[in-house]
Design a protein around this ligand. Structure first.
Ligand SMILES: [Ca+2]
Ligand SMILES: [Ca+2]
Length: 159
């Protein structure tokens, strides 16, 4: 009897876990988001998100972008966060890190991207606390947002 029930128990656990994001992650739509409490370079932020089995957040739609803005306003209105976009491949052409797709939805602050100073190639959220995007120097040390599909718990349970 125990051997018959065991797969059922595992399945039930999976279903329960998949309804929630990992501790510290916030659910929105079918995704989980982590708003960092530490600051790193853009490339390091991307590495950290990958290590969490996720990606540097990509607000490819107004819905996701609006969620990030709302969440930021509610918790840390002045913080800026690295996002998973850059024009490192081709100056002036911004693309998403995970797919390589060019931006379709955008939320640039007026005047950006401007590739200012020695060059700015990395996408940052909530520039000037305005809820808008800017291109920023990839070497700046900033907070970051990771994103993954809402299935994070399954891997941990199976393991
Ligand atoms: Ca640039
Ligand atoms: Ca800029």
């Amino acid at each position: 009897m125990a051997t018959i029930l065991q797969p059922l128990v595992v399945l039930t656990t999976l279903l329960a876990v998949s309804l929630a994001c990992r501790d510290g992650w916030v659910k929105h739509a079918n995704y989980c988001f982590l708003f960092s409490h530490n600051k790193v370079h853009w490339a390091e932020a991307a590495e950290i998100c990958r290590a969490f089995n996720s990606w540097l957040a990509e607000p490819t739609t107004h819905d996701i972008d609006n969620f990030i803005v709302s969440k930021t306003r509610a918790t840390s209105p002045k913080r800026v966060y690295w996002l998973g976009g850059s024009d490192l491949q081709k100056e002036g052409t911004f693309q998403w890190l995970s797919s390589g797709n060019p931006f379709s939805y955008t939320n640039w602050i007026p005047g950006d991207p401007n590739n200012a100073n020695a060059g700015e190639d990395c996408l940052i959220a909530n520039w000037s606390g305005d809820g808008k995007w800017a291109d920023a120097d990839c070497e700046w040390v900033e907070y970051y947002i990771c994103q993954n599909e809402d299935e994070s718990g399954e891997i941990q349970i199976i393991g």
